[in-house]
Design a protein around this ligand. Structure first.
Ligand SMILES: *Cc1c(COP(=O)(O)O)cnc(C)c1O
Length: 481
């Protein structure tokens, strides 16, 4: 039986001899005779044998189990799960775009090069910086690319700088990127307001410091107003400041990272500028830098001569490629469509509404859940189930799991690490007040539910609580009959 709740594998539905097609008998000699005997398997691979209708039902029913922005509210903090307008998909699926071969000569893909050239310029302007590389495949790779650019810059200057400083509220990709780029990482404490502890920064800042990586607004959804002081401190020591731009949805059109002293940053086009993501979908993590770093950016870049565009590979100081071809062009195209559709005033409105929605939800939720850092937030906020756990035995995980029964994607939990029992909520600007109210009502209701009952939630999903570590570390990817 194949229904929506079935957990049978396609292999388990198999019956010998069933098939989807009926082909006429071959009238050419068996090709196997042409192959050397040791290249021929003893038996055909054990593929499932099913009829077409069973095949279709199996996959369509599996697809209906997907949780997506198109089906459910998805307040996954830090990930900016906003609605992806279908207009972008129409543009990206035009045959001239979708079928464009990455090795097409420049002269035959002037339209795509025009889009990418504009995207370089638009992202430069939004950053308030001087040059952009569109190549990195996602935010994390943008971080790595920028750190390699910084290393090349200091190498050129004959300066040996070995350290990257990172606040303890940072996303895990920051220290990972620094380590892969060959730096030692140094953790900087957050203060009681959830912002950078400037005294700790001063104590750890010295001539070994290459880069300070900051997320602003940070992962608590707070804009660090000390940013001008912080960037000043770093620059006085000859170090660079990197912005993790994952939270650009809170500041696009309101302020520019270049204006608050940032030297390098990445965008997450799939977050801020609506590339469909989640479930490991493709990302795009362009980086923007100041002019003195531009020569080190990955080659090629799109340049314009007269009214013609071309890919410029002649960049002698470039760190080289970080991604095949020209990055995830399909996501850049969607981001370009989004930005050109909204325009500067629309982007600013996007930001204002993202911050308004988050603050509205914060004001409703904080009646029942502790929000340790601040009465106000930017585009997201972090509640804590610490008191709830102490008083009633209900953890952040219990709340997240129970939300699934009500048709919500769970918020991000247990991140950032500086908040115990963290529940990180980012509603985005694309949700209505009615959706936010319904979600807040549900959170308040869950707070009153029996802790023992909550430990076994969810009750309405095909499986309830898998062993998450085992599922991630020991996935079964091979069918063993
Ligand atoms: C998403 C995110 C990243 C990593 O970006 P990817 O595009 O997923 O590689 C880095 N920092 C923060 C704060 C993020 O939210």
């Amino acid at each position: 039986m194949t229904n929506n709740q079935s957990t049978e594998l396609l292999f388990e539905l198999s019956h010998a001899g069933r098939r989807c097609q009926r082909l006429p008998a071959s009238d050419v000699p068996a090709a196997l005779d042409l192959l050397p005997a040791d290249a021929v398997a003893d038996a055909p691979p054990p593929l499932p044998e099913v009829g077409e209708i069973d095949l279709i039902r199996h996959f369509v029913n599996l697809s209906k189990r997907n949780m997506s922005i198109d089906t459910n509210f998805y307040p996954l903090g830090s990930c900016t799960m906003k609605y992806n307008p279908k207009r972008h998909e129409r543009l990206a699926s035009l045959p001239g775009m979708a079928n464009l071969h990455p090795l097409t000569p420049d002269a035959a893909c002037q339209g795509m090069l025009h889009v990418l050239w504009e995207m370089q310029n638009i992202l430069t302007e939004i950053a308030g910086l001087d040059a952009v590389s569109l190549q990195p495949a996602a935010g994390a790779q943008g971080e790595l690319t920028a750190l390699l650019v910084a290393a090349a810059h200091f190498g050129d200057q004959g300066q040996e700088r070995t350290r990257v400083l990172i606040p303890d509220s940072a996303h895990g990709t920051n220290p990972a990127s620094a380590a892969i780029a060959g730096f030692d990482t140094v953790s900087i404490k957050s203060n009681e307001r959830g912002l950078v502890d400037v005294a700790d920064l001063k104590a750890k800042l010295d001539d070994r410091t290459a880069v300070f990586m900051i997320t602003n607004p940070n992962t608590l959804g707070l804009f660090d107003g000390q940013i001008a002081e912080i960037t000043g401190l770093l620059h006085d020591r000859g170090a660079l400041v990197y912005l993790d731009g994952a939270n650009m949805n809170a500041i696009v059109g309101m302020t520019r990272p270049g204006d608050f002293g940032i030297d390098m940053m990445h965008y997450n086009v799939h977050k801020t500028f609506t590339g469909p993501h989640g479930a490991g979908g493709p990302g795009s993590g362009p980086i923007a830098v100041r002019s003195f770093l531009a020569g080190y950016l990955p080659a090629p870049m799109v340049v314009k001569h007269g009214d013609r565009y071309k890919l410029d590979h002649d960049r002698p100081k470039s760190i080289g490629r970080v991604r095949s071809f020209f990055g995830n062009v399909g996501i850049l195209l969607r981001g370009w469509c989004y930005i050109r559709t909204l325009g500067p005033a629309g982007l600013r409105e996007m930001t204002e509404n993202a911050v308004l929605n988050a603050n509205y939800l914060l004001s409703r939720v904080k009646a029942a859940y502790e929000v340790p850092h601040g009465d106000r937030c930017m585009h997201e906020f972090v509640a804590s189930a610490r008191n709830l756990k102490r008083q009633r035995g209900t953890s952040a995980m219990d709340v997240a799991k129970r939300l699934l029964d009500f048709g919500y994607h769970a918020p991000t939990v247990y991140f950032p690490l500086v908040v115990p029992e963290a529940i990180m909520i980012e509603p985005t600007e694309t949700e209505s007040k009615a959706t936010l109210d319904a979600f807040a009502d549900t959170l308040l209701k869950i707070r009153e539910e029996d802790a023992a009952f909550l430990h076994d939630a969810p009750y309405t999903t095909p499986i309830s609580r898998p062993d998450e570590i085992k599922a991630a570390k020991e996935p079964i990817l091979r069918w063993k009959p």
